[in-house]
Design a protein around this ligand. Structure first.
Ligand SMILES: Cc1cc2nc3c(=O)[nH]c(=O)nc-3n(C[C@H](O)[C@H](O)[C@H](O)COP(=O)(O)OP(=O)(O)OC[C@H]3O[C@@H](n4cnc5c(N)ncnc54)[C@H](O)[C@@H]3O)c2cc1C
Length: 633
C-alpha cells in the first residue's frame, strides 16, 4: 500500500484543477488522479469563459486566490464585456480562449505547485469502511496503482460516470467523445446511500475555417480596449486577437432538421436525462420556437493559430449526415467541412441535497463532491465548487474553520446554497437573477467583497491583497473627497449643458451631481481636473469603482431592505387560485415550476429548485393586487 496522502482529488477538469491547486497551496499533501494528464482543465464544449453570472463567478474565484481567471487572461483570443450599455451590476466579462493553451497553462501551473503530485489513472472504486454504522472514506483504488489511502477525497468526475454518448441512433459509452466513461463508481456510492440520477448535455460540430465563406458572415469583434478576469493581470493576452463571425439558420435548415427527427435520439426518447434549459440543442430550438424563421449561429475560433471553428448555437445529437446537410443550408457554411460532429451525452450526477455547505458529503463525511457531478453545468460553476471543496477539505485537516460564502457575499455563495438547500431537477447554471443582492455582487468589486475572506484563507498572494487594500483605501478617500467638494454653477454648467443635463441653479457637492445617470466621473474629471486631490494618482479602476460606489449607494440600501423583508415572508400564504400565467415578471422557468409544485406559502416556493428571488418578489407584488376568483364584480 502507498504512503497516505492527506487529500486525493479524482478528476482533472475545472473543479479538480482548482481543488488540487487550493489544497496543495494551503500546504496539504495532495494527489490529483485523472484519466488523461494531457486533458487537464479541458473545455469540453465552447472554449469560452465567463458570460452573464458566470463572469462574476470567475472574478470571485480570482479574488479568493483561484487560477481560472489568470489562465483565461493568458489564453484570451477575444474579450467582451457583456451588457456594457446597462448598469455596472449587469456588466459581465466573457472571453473566447485558445482551448489547447488553456489546458497547457493549467498543466504548467499544477506541475509547478509544491505539495502536489499528479498521476494519470482512473478510479473506479473508493475505499470505504463502516465503523459503528457510519461509512468512512479512507482512500481510493486506482486501476493501475491499486489502493491509495487518503484522509480526504474530493470527487470531481464531471460527465464521466456512466457517460453515454449519442450521435443519431449510434451510441457508445464515453465521458467525452473518444474518452472512456467510468463505470461502477456510481453504483458503489449508491449502495452506500448516495442518491444518483441522470442529466444530459450536448455540444456542436467543429468545422474548418478555410471552408467557411466569411465574406457573407457578419464580424463580431471583441472590445477594442480588451479586458481581463484576474485582478492581478497587468498586461493583455499575448495571443493574436481573433474575431468571431455571425450567420443564422433559415427555414431550409429547419426543414432538414425537422424531417430527420425520427433519427433524433432526443425526439425518439432514447435520451432520458434532462438537459440544460438555457442551452437547448438546435433540434429543440426549432421545435420549441416553431414560429421563428431563424436562429443566430456564432462562429468562434478555438485557437490562435489553427483553423478549428466552434459553431455556437448548433448543439445537436442528430446523425452526422443530417448535421452536415443542416450546416450546408446555412449562408456561408455551404461548403463547411466538419472536423468533429456534435453529440449529446447522458451522465450520472449526485443529489447535492446530500452535501454540507462545505461540499462534504453528509453520507460519507471524508468525501467532498464538486463540479458537474453536483448537477451544475459550466466550467465556471465547476471551478468555483472545486476551489471551495479544496479549501474546505484542507481546512478540515488543518483544524481550521470551514469557509462558507454567504448569499449576500458572492455568487458562489448563492450557487452552493441553492444546490445544498434546494437540490436540482435540471442542470444548474448561474444567472444574476438567482441572487438577492445582485447590485452589490458585481464583477468589479469581487476583490473588495471577498478581501477579508481571501486574507483568512491565504491563497491570494500578499502583494495582490495589499494592492486591493490600497485600491479601496483610495476609493474611500476619493469618495469622501467628492462628498466634500462643492461644484459651483460657474464651474460646471457649461459641461452640463454639453451633456444635455440640467444646469445647476446653485452649488452642490460633487457626489450629488454624480447621481445623475448622464454625469460620468471620468468626463467630470477631464472637465474639472482640480477635483482630483493633490498628490493623488487615479487609475481608471479607481475612478470606475468610486463612481459605481456613489451611484449605487442608495439602490444597494434599498436592495438590502427588500432582502431583509424577503427573509420574513416564509409564512405568507399563496392563494391556490393565483394564476401564475398572468404574472408577467415571473421567469418562464419560475412559472413552469410554480404550476408544477403549487406551493402553499412563499417559504415553500423559495425552496423549489429554479425559483429565483425575483420570482418571489413578483408573486408578492401580484398578491397585493390579487382578487380571489369569484369575488370580481
Ligand atoms: C459534450 C459536452 C457539452 C457541454 N456543453 C456545455 C455547454 O454548452 N455549456 C456549459 O457551460 N457547459 C457545458 N458542458 C459542461 C462543462 O464541460 C462542464 O460543466 C465542466 O467541464 C465541468 O467541470 P468538471 O470539472 O466538473 O468536470 P469535467 O470538466 O468533465 O472534468 C472531469 C475530469 O475528471 C476526469 N475523471 C472523471 N472520472 C474520473 C475517475 N474516476 N478517475 C480519474 N479521473 C476521472 C476526466 O478525465 C476529466 O478530466 C459540456 C460538457 C460536455 C461533455
Amino acid at each position: 500500500m502507498e504512503r497516505s496522502r492527506e487529500i486525493i482529488v479524482i478528476g482533472g477538469g475545472h473543479a479538480g484543477c482548482e481543488a488540487a491547486l487550493a489544497a496543495a497551496t494551503l500546504g496539504v499533501n495532495t494527489l490529483l488522479i485523472t484519466t488523461d494528464i494531457t486533458k487537464l482543465g479541458v473545455m469540453s464544449c465552447n472554449p469560452s469563459i465567463g458570460g452573464i453570472g458566470k463572469g462574476q463567478i470567475v472574478r470571485e474565484i480570482d479574488a479568493l486566490g483561484g487560477f481560472t481567471g489568470q489562465c483565461t487572461d493568458q489564453t484570451t483570443l477575444q474579450f467582451r464585456m457583456l451588457n456594457r450599455s446597462k448598469g455596472a451590476a449587469m456588466h459581465s466579462p466573457r472571453a473566447q480562449c485558445d482551448r489547447d493553451l488553456f489546458s497547457l497553462h493549467w498543466r504548467a501551473k499544477l506541475e509547478a505547485t509544491p505539495n502536489l503530485s499528479i498521476i494519470q489513472d482512473t478510479i473506479e472504486e473508493l475505499l470505504l469502511e463502516t465503523h459503528q454504522g457510519k461509512v468512512q472514506c479512507v482512500g481510493v483504488r486506482s486501476k493501475l496503482r491499486g489502493e491509495l489511502p487518503a484522509q480526504r477525497v474530493i470527487l470531481t468526475a464531471g460527465t464521466f460516470l456512466n457517460g453515454l454518448i449519442h450521435v443519431g441512433m449510434y451510441h457508445t459509452l464515453g465521458g467525452r467523445i473518444d474518452e472512456s466513461a467510468v463505470p461502477r463508481l456510481t453504483e458503489q456510492l449508491v449502495a452506500h446511500g448516495i442518491r444518483a440520477a441522470r442529466f444530459k448535455t450536448g455540444t456542436s460540430p467543429r468545422i474548418d475555417l478555410r471552408t467557411i465563406n466569411l465574406d457573407v458572415c457578419r464580424i463580431q469583434a471583441g472590445d477594442e480596449e480588451g479586458g481581463c478576469f484576474s485582478y492581478s493581470t497587468t498586461s493583455p493576452s499575448p495571443l493574436l486577437q481573433r474575431p468571431c463571425y455571425i450567420t443564422e439558420t433559415n427555414p431550409r435548415t429547419h426543414e432538414i432538421l425537422r424531417n430527420n427527427l425520427d433519427r433524433s435520439p432526443l425526439f425518439q426518447h432514447i435520451i432520458q436525462g434532462r438537459g440544460p434549459r438555457y442551452c437547448p440543442s438546435v433540434e429543440d430550438k426549432i421545435h420549441i420556437f416553431a414560429d421563428k424563421p431563424s436562429h443566430p449561429i456564432f462562429l468562434e475560433p478555438e485557437n490562435s493559430e489553427g483553423n478549428t471553428i466552434y459553431i455556437n448555437g448548433f448543439s445537436t445529437s442528430l446523425p452526422y449526415d443530417v448535421q452536415e446537410a443542416g450546416l450546408h443550408s446555412i449562408h456561408g457554411l455551404e461548403e463547411a467541412h466538419i472536423i468533429r460532429p456534435g453529440y449529446a451525452i447522458e451522465y450520472d450526477y449526485f443529489d447535492p441535497l446530500q452535501l454540507e455547505h462545505t461540499l462534504a458529503s453528509k453520507v460519507i463525511p471524508q468525501l467532498y463532491i464538486a463540479g458537474q457531478l453536483n448537477g451544475t453545468t459550466g466550467y465556471e460553476e465547476a471551478a468555483a465548487q472545486g476551489l471551495l471543496a479544496g479549501i474546505n477539505a484542507a481546512h478540515a485537516l488543518m483544524g481550521k474553520a470551514p469557509i462558507i460564502l454567504r448569499r449576500a457575499e458572492a455568487y458562489i455563495g448563492v450557487m452552493i446554497d441553492d444546490l445544498v438547500t434546494k437540490g436540482v431537477d435540471e442542470p444548474y447554471r448561474m444567472f444574476t437573477s438567482r441572487a438577492e443582492h445582485r447590485l452589490s455582487l458585481r464583477q468589479d468589486n469581487a476583490d473588495e467583497r471577498l478581501y477579508s475572506l481571501a486574507q483568512a484563507i491565504g491563497l491570494r498572494s500578499a502583494t495582490a491583497l495589499e494592492n486591493t487594500r490600497e485600491k479601496y483605501e483610495k476609493v474611500t478617500l476619493f469618495s469622501t473627497h467628492l462628498s466634500q467638494s462643492s461644484l459651483t454653477p460657474e464651474s460646471i454648467n457649461a459641461y452640463l449643458t454639453a451633456q444635455n443635463s440640467t444646469p445647476l441653479p446653485q452649488a452642490i457637492k460633487a457626489h450629488k451631481l454624480l447621481l445623475r445617470p448622464e454625469v460620468k466621473l471620468d468626463a467630470l474629471l477631464s472637465h474639472l481636473p482640480t477635483l482630483i486631490p493633490n498628490d493623488f494618482t487615479l487609475s481608471s479602476e479607481i475612478i470606475h469603482s468610486t463612481e459605481t460606489r456613489i451611484k449605487y449607494a442608495s439602490y444597494i440600501e434599498k436592495e438590502e431592505q427588500e432582502s431583509e423583508q424577503t427573509l420574513k415572508i416564509d409564512t405568507i400564504h399563496i392563494p391556490d387560485t393565483l394564476d401564475y400565467s398572468t404574472i408577467e415578471s415571473i421567469s418562464i422557468e419560475g412559472r413552469q415550476k410554480l404550476r408544477q409544485h403549487r406551493p402553499k406559502t412563499l417559504g415553500e416556493a423559495k425552496h423549489i429548485p429554479g425559483i429565483k428571488p425575483s420570482d418571489l418578489k413578483a408573486i408578492l407584488i401580484a398578491m397585493r393586487s390579487f382578487v380571489p376568483r369569484g369575488t370580481k364584480e
